[in-house]
Design a protein around this ligand. Structure first.
Ligand SMILES: [Ca+2]
Ligand SMILES: [Ca+2]
Length: 195
């Protein structure tokens, strides 16, 4: 309740100082999540990288989903390099049973995902499409990824100072791209942004 009171207060105050102090994106020590699996998992902690989370609603398969700036700057974030193995929709569901972040946000970006430009290059965004405040992009959303093409799944908190574990169940046609030769190049380019 105290959280929601804070949210309401923050809305009333607009973009005032009710939200946490902004942080500078820091991906220096972030590591890409790899592995061939249908589960994406990890934890957001006080040492996680941060970015200025966007806000959105619509899906665009042309990598131009209309995202807008949000007041939620400096959100903890983790991102996964993924690809689809076919032309069917993909599904990603934040599993409440394996997640203790109280409110997640899930975004899929086309390559490249640039944390310093969170409004660009997105294909899908979801805040509360899953259980409670958990995020989910489901089959009926129709998010079709071009096979063998790199995309980025970005999992962040909704609000400031939220931490905890997360577990994202994914469809079988979604795999992480450690076997994709461009991964290291992509990651290097991403990290070089902050060096
Ligand atoms: Ca912002
Ligand atoms: Ca949410």
């Amino acid at each position: 309740m105290r959280y929601w009171c804070s949210v309401i207060l923050a809305v009333m105050l607009g973009t005032s100082a009710a939200w946490a102090v902004e942080k500078i994106p820091d991906l220096q020590d972030a590591m890409p999540q790899t592995g061939f699996r249908s589960v994406l998992q990890g934890a957001l902690t006080a040492s996680s990288p941060t970015y200025d989370r966007a806000f959105g609603d619509e899906i665009s398969l042309n990598c131009d989903a209309p995202l807008t700036d949000s007041v939620n700057d400096g959100m903890y974030v983790e991102f996964f390099c993924i690809k689809s193995t076919d032309s069917n929709p993909v599904e990603l569901v934040v599993d409440a049973a394996g997640t203790d972040i109280i409110d997640t946000v899930l975004t899929i970006y086309c390559q490249n995902f640039d944390p310093s430009d969170p409004l660009g290059n997105a294909i899908a965004y979801d805040d509360d499409g899953g259980e409670g405040t958990m995020s989910a992009i489901t089959y009926d959303d129709g998010v079709i990824l071009t096979p063998e093409t790199v995309y980025w799944v970005v999992l962040s908190t909704y609000g400031a100072s939220m931490t905890g574990t997360f577990l994202i169940q994914t469809s079988e046609n979604l795999v992480t791209c450690d076997s994709v030769p461009t991964t290291s190049t992509t990651w290097g380019a991403l990290k070089s942004t902050y060096r």
